[in-house]
Design a binder for this molecule. Structure first.
Ligand SMILES: Cc1ncc(COP(=O)(O)O)c(C=O)c1O
Length: 411
């Protein structure tokens, strides 16, 4: 008689369902960290890259790979077969992997001023300790970018739509400069998404996202992704595997599901942001509104050349920066006076959020650096959500009216 396994062994070795013959709608979650093999040779072949497959989820996982491939297909719509992707545990893990792949001690980076606070701190505080230097330059004038390039410049880093000024970056112009310098052009397209602009079509080598924002779109998952030519992406994969910043399967599932409604959400946010910006700009308590859809914004014409348009017009993104008269305190009071929009981090979720820039998203840049980049201490960035435009306008108008009545000293 065959010997029966003990209850512990039977519990551990439960049957596992065979993968179904039918293709699932949507991407299933493969949550497991490790896979079992028929034999050691098969295991060695997968680990060694001689056979396709999965061995360990930090290295590769079908759910995370599916998310990365999905973003590659959206960003590389013009030539999907030439674009691959790697998924990361956060946007900052993606940025870190890009820098660690293409930089070494003594290398130099040209980046925009202002750049996302985390990227600024990574370059100056962390990578600065490893001999990397960076110059932060006003990208509205490409002669300054040109002047900042050195023989050691390995990366020209850009943001398609720069937060909080909503500066529109001349990606085609940067491409010419990067090519002449032999540098990699990396574009953080978090605030644009492939629904607004696909930087690979304008010459970017790599496009990255904090997927935590618009791609996921529901403020319930954290992740990052980088897409570009397979040869470059393979190099990134090595760094991801060795540094361990890989995306979790659960987050990959949520982020990939978010992509299915990305155009619906982003197009609506762009439309709402446009009417919100136009309305707020007329309020007497407002000193300045930064939104590229407004004719007076310095990036308006460039946006119309680079950004996609639909029947609703050009898509200028879903974030609007509102600067009230009255400086730092007025900005704090405006954000705190909102009832519908919440105060908090992140953009691209379904709920509208407001953030006082100098005390939150860009706090580590400091007020002097922000002022030099044209950002007032009172600036408040609105990340428009999916609420009705008229409700958001009523909310901000009431908060601005109150500010005008309370009136801190005008500047
Ligand atoms: C433009 C931009 N890039 C990168 C990041 C970093 O992304 P994560 O917070 O997912 O690490 C952020 C986060 O706010 C961002 O706004």
């Amino acid at each position: 008689m065959r010997r029966r396994f003990g209850e512990n062994t039977r519990s551990v070795h439960l049957p596992v369902a065979e993968p179904p013959a039918q293709t699932p709608l949507g991407q299933p979650v493969w949550r497991n960290a490790a896979w079992a093999f028929e034999n050691s040779a098969d295991y060695a072949d997968v680990l060694g890259g001689r056979a396709p497959g999965y061995a360990y989820s930090r290295i590769d996982n079908p759910t995370t790979a599916s998310f990365a491939a999905a973003v590659a297909s959206l960003e590389g719509a013009a030539a999907p077969e030439d674009v691959a992707g790697q998924a990361f545990a956060s946007g900052m893990a993606a940025v870190t992997a890009v820098f660690m792949t293409f930089l070494r001690s003594g290398a130099h980076v040209v980046a925009p001023a202002p750049v996302y606070d985390g990227t600024y701190s990574l370059l100056t505080n962390v990578l600065g300790r490893f001999g990397v230097t960076a110059d932060f330059v006003d990208y509205s004038d490409l002669t300054r970018v040109h002047a900042a390039i050195r023989s050691s410049t390995k990366i020209i880093y850009a943001e398609t739509l720069a937060d909080p000024t909503m500066t529109v970056t001349d990606i085609r112009g940067l491409y010419q400069l990067a090519r002449a310098a032999g540098a990699v052009l990396v574009v953080d397209s978090t605030f644009a998404t492939p629904v607004v602009c696909r930087p690979l079509e304008h010459g970017a080598d790599l496009v990255l996202h904090s997927a935590t924002k618009y791609l996921g779109g529901h403020d319930d998952s954290t992740g990052g992704v980088v897409v570009g030519r397979p040869a470059l992406i393979d190099k990134l994969r090595e760094v991801r595997v060795d540094t361990g910043g890989s995306l979790s399967p659960d987050d990959a599932y949520l982020l990939r599901r978010g992509l299915e409604t990305l155009p619906l959400r982003v197009r609506r946010m762009c439309s709402t942001a446009m009417v919100f910006a136009a309305s707020v700009a007329k309020h007497p308590a407002v000193r300045k509104v930064d939104y590229p859809g407004l004719p007076g914004h310095p990036g308006n014409e460039l946006a119309r050349r680079l950004f996609d348009a639909g029947p609703e017009g050009t898509r200028y993104g879903g974030c609007v920066t509102v600067t009230p008269h009255g400086g730092y305190e007025a900005g704090m009071t405006l954000a705190d006076g909102l009832r519908l929009a919440g105060v908090g981090a992140s953009v691209g979720g379904t709920h509208t959020k407001a953030a006082h820039v100098a005390s939150s998203s860009h706090r580590r840049l400091g007020e002097a650096a922000l002022a030099a980049s044209g950002v007032d201490a009172g600036a408040v960035r609105f990340a428009i959500g999916l609420e009705d435009a008229e409700d958001l306008i009523a909310d901000v108008t009431r908060a601005l009216d109150a500010l005008r009545v309370a009136g801190p000293t005008r500047t």
